[in-house]
Design a protein around this ligand. Sequence first.
Ligand SMILES: *[C@@H]1O[C@H](CO)[C@@H](O)[C@H](O)[C@H]1NC(C)=O
Ligand SMILES: *[C@@H]1O[C@H](CO)[C@@H](O)[C@H](O)[C@H]1NC(C)=O
Ligand SMILES: *[C@@H]1O[C@H](CO)[C@@H](O)[C@H](O)[C@H]1NC(C)=O
Ligand SMILES: *[C@@H]1O[C@H](CO)[C@@H](O)[C@H](O)[C@H]1NC(C)=O
Ligand SMILES: *[C@@H]1O[C@H](CO)[C@@H](O)[C@H](O)[C@H]1NC(C)=O
Ligand SMILES: *[C@@H]1O[C@H](CO)[C@@H](O)[C@H](O)[C@H]1NC(C)=O
Ligand SMILES: *[C@@H]1O[C@H](CO)[C@@H](O)[C@H](O)[C@H]1NC(C)=O
Length: 524
Amino acid sequence: MLLDSAFSLFVLGIFAGAASQRMMTKVPEVPNPLHRRVCHTVTTDKGKTDTICKHVNNIIFANPMASQFWVDGTTIPEVDFDVGDSWSGLLPISADPNETRKLFFWFFPPGPEGSFDDLILWMNGGPGCSSLEGFLQENGPFQWGVGTAKPVPNVNSWTNLSSVLWVEQPVGTGGTPNITDEDDLSVQLIGFLQQFLEVFSELKGKKLYLSGESYAGQYVPWIASHIFENPTTLNLSLQGIWIADPDLGWHVVQAQIPVVDFVRKYQNVFAFNQSFMAQLDSIAKKCNYEGYYEKFATYPPAGSLPLPGNSTKADPGCDIWNIVFQNALVKNKAFNAYRIFDTFPVLWDVLGFPGSFEDVQLSPVYFNRTDVKTAIHAPPDVDWTLCTNKDVFPHGDASLPSAFSVLPNVIEKSVRTVIIHGLADFVLIAEGARIVIQNLDYFHSIIRIRSWIKRTPGNGLQGFRTPIIDDSFLVDGVGSLGTAHTERGLTFLEVELSGHMVPQFSPLAAFQSMAFLMGFRTTP
Ligand SMILES: *[C@@H]1O[C@H](CO)[C@@H](O)[C@H](O)[C@H]1NC(C)=O
Ligand SMILES: *[C@@H]1O[C@H](CO)[C@@H](O)[C@H](O)[C@H]1NC(C)=O
Ligand SMILES: *[C@@H]1O[C@H](CO)[C@@H](O)[C@H](O)[C@H]1NC(C)=O
Ligand SMILES: *[C@@H]1O[C@H](CO)[C@@H](O)[C@H](O)[C@H]1NC(C)=O
Ligand SMILES: *[C@@H]1O[C@H](CO)[C@@H](O)[C@H](O)[C@H]1NC(C)=O
Ligand SMILES: *[C@@H]1O[C@H](CO)[C@@H](O)[C@H](O)[C@H]1NC(C)=O
Ligand SMILES: *[C@@H]1O[C@H](CO)[C@@H](O)[C@H](O)[C@H]1NC(C)=O
């Protein structure tokens, strides 16, 4: 079951859903502090000058409830610089005054260069992993990276682009997690956003971008589909989605079929001997993985792509991912499935999850510290770990993979869609994402929302029609760093040297592609 464990390598309480009634029961009569920043004069790229406080003044929230969420940017433990004003805490997922289910959020207004007209929402995957991972180690305004001694400002913070909202979801700890599928999850998140907009109503009407990675390849398209299909439920204007190393289709496609080609491509990293490689080849042949990519990932594709065997995960004896992973750990104790280039020793991680596994730390996990919880209005009684040990889908996720259900329609409704993939990711392999995309059926988009199923006609074309060109992803100041391909609103990017968490491992590539999604540049 290693394949499963690959997606739950992250395994353990997030703040979301802690049944603290403290927040919403009574609105304290606290005067709204003025979170005004010093105004700077900035020179825009067109050579004009502008003052930043023009945007930031807007972010003085009129609702007195906002002030209870305010975080003083000079008081965040271990952060020895001012990160500016932000707002965090728990909000319920419905307007029911007795609602106990809450989600934890951390909201940052745009930095000096960011747009106040836009709002990015970020979600990590798991399922059940905290989006504070992304906050602290991927795209937040300050970063505390694996193997480093203290937090530093993040020059590639997505707050340079616009406001950003990190949300721990779905409801995990506290109340009993009882969601059955992506519809339940979407209803929770949208319910939370409604409550969020009541408190932070100055954000109403903004352009919304949903982003995330890994299992958020399920969350993001499903939530987007709910928003597009119910346009009046949320006063935000959804523009597009950005997903990194996403879980989109069947595991056998994204984490079995491409394994042997991947091991050959990186043979110097895996350091397997020839007899072992021959064993892998024979398994790949027996399981119909061999030659699958060459035969079926054609441009355009020949038709609907078949499963290689009888299972959407792996047939008996065909879990080649697990065989490779176990043997990679023999050669390299620090083998990191999330970024294969890591070597011994395993580095210290302030979030307690430095590589393939959770690590026992002598020092406290950052978000589990009482002083940190106090600073960000997190419930003091919840033990925070990067991923919850409660299954947020107690009976599994009953939704179809996004690629076979809502994704085609979401691509069509979005102004732009970005799927980005690290080429050094072994948890999910980029060639697998290519196969999933070549199997995307733009004609049949199934939208299942609660009790009804709707088929929307797409534009009738499956997959990309023209091939992906090598070295076509040009990153500013770097040069080519992978591939870029856009057809019919979908941009697929592959990033050399990046592992699973693209904003962490290739922050500039992530930033630039997000700027493209938001229309701040014309090329990815
Ligand atoms: C909330 O709970 C209280 C106490 O159980 C109950 O009296 C009240 O009717 C509930 N309110 C709603 C809106 O359900
Ligand atoms: C983000 O903003 C900071 C401060 O204005 C700037 O130094 C940095 O270069 C910006 N980063 C990007 C990727 O634009
Ligand atoms: C989950 O439990 C809550 C009460 O804790 C209930 O209101 C809700 O309907 C349940 N959801 C599902 C999908 O069962
Ligand atoms: C949505 O928000 C905008 C901006 O605050 C506001 O002008 C508009 O009236 C709102 N629309 C609805 C339907 O509430
Ligand atoms: C070749 O690799 C396999 C798997 O790592 C190992 O079990 C075997 O002992 C190796 N053979 C030699 C000769 O090193
Ligand atoms: C798939 O199922 C069929 C029929 O049950 C069986 O003949 C075949 O061997 C199975 N294939 C694999 C790869 O297990
Ligand atoms: C979090 O803190 C609690 C209480 O201090 C402790 O029992 C628990 O082991 C901590 N969890 C982690 C992962 O450090």
